[in-house]
Unconditional design. Structure first.
Length: 170
């Protein structure tokens, strides 16, 4: 069975899916952009779960390209899958790390039994990854992934992001 790719323009915190993906920073303790919005809307349960992860397995933080799940607190989904995207570099190809964010998030989704997963455009905000390239990597990685996830929903905040993903999701 192949995974359906859906594009939505909107706010990822409004999504009804089994899991949403958080473009987190390595501290897992909240931040700006998508990360801040998920922590604010999800409530203190998410931060408590992230603090517990830091106190146990991820004392130095979550490495770039990896993913881990917590409760979604007050959000509609059951889980938030946190992944740390790479900062874009003009001098070093980090596209394998960006692709790993999508692969690892889908692996975690499979472990959880999630069938619908909503992703933001990872690394395209303060990490400055060029939108066109990020969209290409995201869509190609999801298409190539071996996963039981039935629907991957890319939730894109603005028209520019939506257009970039639409060009690759065809």
């Amino acid at each position: 069975m192949s995974t359906t790719i859906t594009l939505v323009r909107g706010d990822i915190t409004d999504q009804h899916a089994d899991a949403i993906v958080n473009a987190a920073n390595s501290s897992l303790l909240g931040g700006g952009g998508v990360d801040g919005a998920i922590h604010r809307r999800g409530g203190p349960e998410i931060l408590e779960a992230c603090r517990a992860l830091r106190a146990s397995h991820y004392g130095k933080g979550l490495p770039t390209g990896r993913a881990v799940a917590t409760t979604a607190g007050r959000l509609h989904p059951e889980w938030v899958i946190h992944t740390v995207g790479p900062v874009w570099s003009a001098t070093e190809d980090r596209s394998d790390l960006l692709a790993s964010c999508y692969r690892e998030s889908l692996r975690i989704a499979d472990e959880l039994g999630a069938r619908t997963v909503a992703f933001p455009a990872i690394s395209t905000g303060v990490y400055r990854w060029p939108m066109e390239d990020a969209a290409r990597i995201a869509v190609e990685t999801v298409r190539a992934a071996e996963t039981a996830v039935e629907e991957v929903r890319f939730v894109l905040f603005d028209e520019r992001a939506y257009a970039a993903f639409a060009a690759h999701a065809g």
